[in-house]
Write a protein that binds this ligand. Structure first.
Ligand code: AP5
Ligand code: MG
Ligand code: ZN
Length: 221
């Protein structure tokens, strides 16, 4: 038994921001495939080299690479009771392969953050992330106390390479074509909840937290 919480939603919807908080709150490991790839890129690993051109252009990394990396990661002891997925699955073949691999009796809950395109663009253009601890901030909505410096660890805040206006448009298109169909996949299994992601971060968090409380989380205990 175990539980898996999946955060779905377009680029900039707040998956990373919320997953980081929710993971701590529920004591579940936060697994972001985007962060795992960026870590591989930074360390210049073979996997990082293979993923780079796809990420730079806003395309998805091929399913086989993603699935290998994901299955490796969730096999680690910190995922034994469950985990929270951010940015995975992203295609129907990923969702199907993942479902097949899950142990029987695992509770799955997909939470879909909905945000309009104009808000997404505003969030992505102002996003800054810490290159030391991964903390996510925003120039207007989560303003650093000191310009360019992470509030959490005093590391350097940087702009993500794929947050340029041109690449963002491609990422949104890829999301609509390849990832949005997952809403129907999880709705058909009756474990999808839509959440308004356009309101303030604390409000979104309160709603997410409520939707995973109770019987849904029984599998984690
Ligand atoms: P990934 O890193 O997953 O990027 P993404 O899905 O495009 O999503 P983002 O990280 O851009 O947005 P987010 O929803 O996490 O928003 P955040 O919390 O930062 O993937 C990157 C690339 O890796 C992909 O393009 C692909 O190439 C590859 N990849 C990864 N996974 C893959 C997979 N499974 N298959 C294939 N390829 C894969 O918030 C955004 C900003 O808004 C921040 O500045 C934040 O402070 C602010 N903010 C958040 N919430 C609020 C709020 N409520 N109000 C105001 N501001 C807010
Ligand atoms: Mg993210
Ligand atoms: Zn930091």
């Amino acid at each position: 038994m175990g539980c898996v919480v999946i955060l779905l939603g377009p680029p900039g919807a707040g998956k990373g921001t919320q997953a980081s908080r929710l993971g701590k709150d529920l004591a579940l490991a936060h697994i972001s495939t985007g962060d795992l790839f960026r870590d591989n890129l930074a360390r210049n690993t073979e996997l990082g080299k293979r993923a780079k051109s796809f990420m730079d252009s806003g395309a998805l990394v091929p399913d086989a690479l993603v699935l290998d990396m994901l299955f490796d990661r969730v096999a680690r002891p910190d995922c034994e009771k469950g985990y929270l997925l951010d940015g995975f699955p992203r295609t129907l073949p990923q969702a199907e392969a993942f479902e097949k691999a899950l142990p029987r009796g695992t509770t799955v809950r997909a939470l879909n953050l909905r945000v309009s395109d104009d808000v997404l663009l505003e969030r992505l253009s102002g996003r800054r992330t810490c290159d030391a601890c991964g903390n996510i901030q925003h120039m207007l909505f989560s303003r650093p106390k000191q310009a360019g410096v992470c509030d959490k660890c005093s590391g350097k805040l940087v702009q993500r390479a794929d947050d340029s206006a041109e690449v963002v448009q491609k990422r949104l298109k890829v999301y609509r074509e390849q990832t949005q169909p997952l809403e129907a996949f999880y709705a058909a299994r009756k474990n999808l909840t839509h959440v308004d992601g356009s309101v303030g971060s604390d409000e979104v968090f309160a709603v997410l937290r409520k939707s995973v409380q109770g019987p849904v989380m029984e599998g984690c205990r």
